[in-house]
Design a protein around this ligand. Sequence first.
Ligand code: PXP
Length: 241
Amino acid sequence: MKLLVNIDHVATLRNARGEGYPDPIEAARICEEAGAAGIVFHLRGDRRHIRDEDVYRLKEHVRGKLDFEMAASEEMIDICVEVDPHLCTLVPEGREELTTEGGLDMEAVYEDYEKRVFPKIRKTDIEISLFLDPNLRDIELAHQLGTDAIELHTGTFANAEASKKQHELTRLRKAANLANDLGMKVNAGHGLNLDNLPDLLETIPVLNEVSIGHALISKSLFWGLDKTVKTYTEIIKDYSG
Ligand code: PXP
């Protein structure tokens, strides 16, 4: 099980003042040196955090896995194919949302993904991951589409009140097990932090990668990025094998 750090909010802080710092590429370097297996970024249509030039610099400097999170627009597909990351994680994207609000509705996107999105990305050797809520039907459709991986949306679990956490964990476990049985890699992300990560890792041993951004970058303001990433990787190591 591996940690991928989402560095979008380093760019958010940089953009707040229009200066060149903090630099997301410098953050990525520190994360990798502290033990992260790779870096995730979300290039949004409105470029509110990561910008095009960041993407090309990340491609040049990231040594581990590079996960390009994006909406399946023609513009993003073209950039992704040109940049050639290891992984492309497809997410729904709403203009007004503060962050990705849920997984893809597979019934709704299936035909478009089958006819337009997958054929374009499949011309490369970029692996495709679909960001999904823990719905078994969505997992089956993702498999039917021939995706390499899914990323389970953990936001509902992360935000659930204490009495509902177990229910959400059970949903995530069932979805993860189905995806794993169908031969897809199982990743997870959204809303994960030092408090809720152990429960998730304990419940879902088939997890391949977790993608963590906001809580990790926030904690690093007080602890430093190096110590924060090391703390997360120690937790993950405890639950791996
Ligand atoms: N995975 C996906 C698909 C996301 O959209 C996000 C948020 O950008 C994350 C993981 C990371 O979520 P968080 O910032 O809450 O850790």
